[in-house]
Unconditional design. Structure first.
Length: 234
């Protein structure tokens, strides 16, 4: 075999070895790529499963907590339904004792109802004249759930007992009323009393049932809300 043929054979073998090496490198790269993609998929799947398990555990914890406190809540409601003081304070004989609680702590600002109650019930005393009554509707923005109101009433020279009756009416009201300022002026025509006070309300609580659909790439939820409501009277 000539030196030229030997050199050609060596070049052929080197080229063939390079070709085989390239094929094996390509195959190895493909395997590594597939393994990398599969590893990422497994990691995402594991992370998603962990989120699902954590969400289920949290839901189970909340349900168990609600189930634990329900008997006590039911017992308290039953006791309030038979409370004699609440039954005596009903606005109507057909109302339940629990309605008194809703009336005492309404779920909304209801300034009109408060003004009507003051004018027609609490401040309605014989020989007492309502000179002014202002209910502050800005109380809706209060973070303390309070409604501010002021009023001025007047009586004749011997009407101090009637002014006391007005204060007693405020004190005996089923609504929580807190008198902040008071002043009494007297002259030859009679007596005039000015009161600044607040009345409380409690926003309604809501019972929220949530169905949550979890997706590895995107989470979405649908919520069905049921708000507790009740008639509010002052």
């Amino acid at each position: 075999m000539s030196s030229g043929d030997l050199a050609a054979r060596k070049r052929y073998q080197i080229a063939k070895a390079n070709k085989v090496m390239f094929i094996w490198v390509a195959i190895a790269s493909a395997i590594v790529g597939v393994a990398g993609v599969f590893s990422v998929f497994l990691y995402q799947k594991l992370e998603f499963n962990q989120k699902v398990i954590a969400t289920k555990q949290e839901s189970s914890r909340i349900l168990k907590k609600n189930a634990d406190v329900f008997p006590e809540l039911q017992q308290n409601i039953t006791a309030l339904s038979a409370n004699e003081n609440l039954l005596k304070s009903r606005a109507k004989d057909g109302d339940s004792a629990l309605q008194v609680i809703l009336d005492a702590m309404p779920s909304s600002v209801n300034t009109a109802a408060l003004g009507s109650s003051l004018q027609q019930v609490l401040l309605k005393v014989d020989d007492v004249t309502i000179d002014s009554l202002v209910v502050d509707e800005a109380g809706e923005l209060s973070t303390e759930n309070l409604i501010n109101f002021t009023f001025t009433v007047s009586v004749g020279p011997d009407g101090s007992d009637r002014l006391s009756r007005v204060l007693q009416n405020l004190e005996s009201s089923i609504r929580p009323i807190n008198v902040l300022t008071s002043s009494i002026e007297t002259d030859s025509r009679g007596m005039k009393m000015t009161i600044g006070a607040t009345a409380a309300y409690q926003p309604a609580k809501s019972i929220e049932l949530e169905t949550k659909k979890m997706d590895p790439n995107q989470s979405s939820s649908r919520k069905s809300k049921t708000k507790s409501t009740g008639a509010s009277k002052s």
